[in-house]
Every structure is written in structure tokens, then in C-alpha cells.
Design a protein around this ligand. Structure first.
Ligand code: GDP
Ligand code: MG
Length: 335
């Protein structure tokens, strides 16, 4: 669900989007634009090196010494796609396209696949965010350890760097350490934080955070949530309660429900997405830890299976390691 056109136009008190513009401010400030952009792409390429190796080594091995496409080659190619965590369904779809294409030369296969993969990814690339009346509320959800708190810290830092007033709601009250971790990120990002005690009612924290954001004229509110027991009904019920508490303060909020998925969990990420989407209606995805896996094909799997925009990718632990997902750049970095 992307914001409806009418809503975009209705909004008068225009708020700059929480999206950061690429390249990151700290790089852009010091370098000519083209150079900074290439630095940004270089980082992406560098961090995706494990996945790129899976693909490029695989292609080299399969294509070595062959001129024409034969059955052996097709089988090996299918296996390569599946092992890169592209998913069986997506791999089969791609293989079907290769076989039904007119391609006979081996050296055409790679660029054909690149185009086909781009065609899968492109529609899932989020449109630029539209202006929204402040405060814009983003609720961050996901299984424990996927990178929710880290992503909030990165988003907060980017938004404050671009001049926005950011408030973070510590609605993961499950452990005191979770609140402390968020406080460190908030301080680093120069963002406000609203927190209660450990084990406090998360919905009450979210409610207070949105109230404080309105009172303080914040531009952006980021609500952290707990991620344990995702298969149990009670976590989903708790998240629904948080969502309702937010909309009590601002009727059309949360404006975004961002689901954080960990790329290293492979196909598991897909079932998590279905679960969270059924319960909450996820509006955007962030896929973290792509730097730590050779199976970055999961990006393709997710874009093919879920019709939810992939908004961000995490390629490391630092602030600048959160990038807006761009299908063309991603494919270029992989091939
Ligand atoms: P949460 O439980 O969902 O809030 O997850 P955290 O934000 O606490 O993150 C769990 C761990 O993943 C932390 O050690 C983070 O530093 C790490 N992490 C998060 N995103 C990334 C990423 O994009 N790349 C890498 N390498 N680590 C990440
Ligand atoms: Mg956390």
C-alpha cells in the first residue's frame, strides 16, 4: 500500500520526507555529486561481494568451455539460482523464460537473466516518498534480531542530518537492554526519545510518543517494537494494539509499517513477511545484513513473491550502511 494520490494532494502542512537523499550527506558535502554517487555504488558493490561471488563464480563454472545452451547447462543454471536463495518458484520462472527465449549463445544468457531479474525487482522499488503532514509516523516491526533498532537508528540519523526533528518511541519494553540500545542510537542521531520502564505497556509508549511528537512539532516518529514470539498470537495482538494506539492520536497513522527482514535467514524471511502482513498490513520492507550473506538472491525472491515495496537494504552496521533500494543499481552490483 503506497499513499493514495488524493492524500498526497490534500496534505498542506508539507513535511519533507523521512527518506534521505543519496548519497549520504556526509559524503555529498565533501565531494562532487558524480563522485559521491560512485562512492555510494562502490560501497554497495563491495558489501554485496559475497552474493556477487556466488553468481559470477557460478556463471563462470557453468559457462566454461561451452558455446551453445544444452540441457546440462540449463540444469546447472537452475541449481545455481536456487542455491543463491532466489527461491524455487522464482528460479523456475526465470528458467522458463530462458528456455522459451530465442537465445542459443551461451554468452547471451547472463545479460538476458540480468534483464529478467531487473524486470522482477523494478516494480517493487518504492516510489519516492510523498510529503506528509508532520509528524509522520513509522512503526517498525519484525522478528527479534532482524535489525529493527539498528534500522531505526540509521533512519533517525539520516533524518536529523537532513534537518528533520525526529522522535523515537521505545515500544520494545520487553528488555531493559533494548531501551538502552535505542537510547544510544537516539543520542547519536540527535533525536528525542520517549520511553517508559521495562515491561511497560508498549501501546502506551507508542501513544505517548505520538502525543509528544505532536506537542513538540516533530517531523518524524519512529516506533520501535518487540520481535519475540512472532509465531504466537500474542505478539501480533500486541502489535495491533500499538497500531491502534497510534491511530488514536493521528487517525491515518501509522503512515508506514516497515517490516525488517534479515537476509541471512533466507526463505524464512518470506514466511515472516506473510505473517506480519496478514496481521498488520505491511507497507514497506527493509532487508538487512545483505553484507553478511552469499545468498542475496533472497532479494529477488522477496520481490517476486511479495507485492510489498522493498524500501531499504542494510549492508552493514553503520549509519551509511542503510541504502534506499534501487533495483537497477542492485542488479548492476550483482552482475
Ligand atoms: P532487533 O532485535 O530487530 O532490534 O535487531 P538489532 O537492531 O538489535 O540488530 C541485531 C544485530 O544485527 C545487531 O548486532 C546489528 O548491529 C546487526 N545488524 C543490523 N543491520 C545490519 C546490517 O545491515 N548488516 C550487518 N552486518 N549487521 C546488521
Ligand atoms: Mg531491538
Amino acid at each position: 500500500m503506497i499513499f493514495s494520490k488524493s492524500k498526497k494532494n490534500e496534505s498542506e502542512d508539507k513535511n519533507t520526507s523521512p527518506e534521505f537523499s543519496e548519497p549520504p550527506a556526509e559524503e555529498a558535502g565533501q565531494q562532487p555529486e558524480a563522485e559521491a554517487t560512485s562512492g555510494y555504488f562502490r560501497r554497495l558493490k563491495d558489501r554485496l561481494s559475497k552474493t556477487r561471488k556466488t553468481f559470477s563464480d557460478g556463471f563462470d563454472r557453468i559457462f566454461a568451455g561451452k558455446q551453445r545452451i544444452d540441457q546440462d547447462l540449463l540444469e546447472e543454471l537452475e541449481e545455481l539460482l536456487i542455491t543463491s536463495d532466489i527461491g524455487v518458484q522464482t528460479a523456475l520462472t526465470l528458467m522458463e523464460r530462458v528456455t522459451s527465449s530465442k537465445i542459443v549463445e551461451v554468452d547471451q544468457v547472463k545479460s538476458f537473466l540480468k534483464d529478467e531479474i531487473l524486470a522482477i525487482l523494478e516494480p517493487q522499488t518504492a516510489e519516492p516518498e510523498m510529503a506528509w503532514p508532520a509528524p509522520r509516523v513509522i512503526m517498525i516491526v519484525g522478528v527479534n534480531g532482524t535489525g529493527k533498532t539498528t534500522t531505526i537508528g540509521k533512519l533517525a540519523a539520516r533524518a536529523t542530518a537532513s534537518g528533520q526533528k525526529v522522535l523515537i518511541g521505545a515500544a520494545d519494553t520487553f528488555r531493559a537492554a533494548a531501551i538502552e540500545q535505542l537510547m544510544i542510537w537516539a543520542e547519536r542521531a540527535n533525536a528525542d526519545i520517549v520511553k517508559h520502564k521495562e515491561m511497560a505497556d508498549p501501546a502506551a509508549v507508542a501513544f505517548d510518543a505520538v502525543e509528544a511528537a505532536k506537542a513538540r512539532s516533530a517531523d518524524l516518529v519512529l516506533i520501535d517494537t518487540a520481535g519475540r514470539l512472532h509465531t504466537k498470537v500474542n505478539l501480533m495482538e500486541e502489535l495491533k494494539k500499538i497500531k491502534r494506539a497510534i491511530s488514536k492520536k493521528i487517525p491515518d497513522a501509522p503512515h508506514e509499517i516497515l517490516l525488517i527482514l534479515d537476509a541471512t535467514t533466507g526463505q524464512n524471511a518470506l514466511s515472516q513477511a506473510e505473517l506480519f502482513n496478514d496481521a498488520l498490513g505491511v507497507t514497506g520492507l527493509a532487508l538487512t545484513k545483505l553484507d553478511g550473506t552469499a545468498k542475496g538472491g533472497i532479494v529477488i525472491s522477496i520481490c517476486n513473491a511479495l507485492k510489498i515495496p522493498l524500501k531499504y537494504i542494510g549492508i552493514g552496521e553503520k549509519v551509511e550502511d542503510l541504502q534506499k533500494f534501487n533495483a537497477a543499481e542492485f542488479v548492476d552490483a550483482l552482475f
